[in-house]
Ligand binder design. Structure first.
Ligand SMILES: [Zn+2]
Length: 198
């Protein structure tokens, strides 16, 4: 009897070890690295807005085409709305930029931006850089935008004058979408007939 009991105990320990190993493996697989889906809030857990522009060799990419409309429930464009191709609507908590860009077919790493199978990588004379609210930030898709951020991602020769021009070209429509400048919403609707939708 005693030995049978002991055998059962051994099996229990083995089962426990197996479960612990499986738990460790799961922890390893889902540990936060780039995307951190575990940390992202579900769609609807937040609703903030950020203006953005992407320049490749001095030319801005155009995101107003309907093929860029609402590609991810976490972060997307409303291309039909006012400022559609310039404002990211972020619908979940802690959503990194990469979630948005990957949903519209753009991959960004520290040194390269890939747009429709063309990669543009930092070299001696050309650099991939990111500016948030006019300040250079570490170039990374991990960046989690805050409400009213103005984000510039730019690839090309890092000329100061050109960089300044690009920084200033990033719009500031997000405050209207976030309901933080109602006076501008009204003026814009009267003058341009642009209804801001959230
Ligand atoms: Zn919105």
């Amino acid at each position: 009897m005693a030995s049978r009991k002991k055998g059962k105990k051994k099996i229990n320990i083995a089962r426990f070890m197996l479960l612990a190993a499986a738990a460790l493996l799961l922890l390893f697989i889902f540990s936060p690295n780039e995307m951190g889906p575990k940390e992202m809030g579900p769609p609807g857990s937040d609703h903030i807005h950020a203006d953005f522009k992407v320049y490749i060799d001095g030319r801005p990419l155009n995101f107003s085409d309907s093929r860029f409309n609402e590609r991810s429930p976490y972060a997307h464009l409303h291309t039909e709305n006012f400022g559609g191709g310039d404002v990211i609507h972020i619908e979940g908590k802690i959503v990194p930029l990469s979630v948005f860009f990957e949903s519209i077919g753009i991959n960004i790493t520290k040194d390269c931006i890939t747009v429709e199978n063309s990669s543009f990588c930092s070299t001696g004379s050309k650099k991939l850089r990111m500016f948030v609210n006019g300040k250079e930030a570490a170039q990374s898709g991990d960046y989690v935008p805050e409400d009213l951020d103005r984000i510039l991602i730019t690839y090309g020769p890092p000329s100061k004058k050109e960089t300044e021009r690009q920084i200033n070209s990033v719009t500031d429509y997000a405050c209207m979408h976030s309901g933080k400048c109602p006076e501008r919403e009204i003026i814009d609707e009267i003058i341009y007939g642009n209804a801001v939708k959230f």
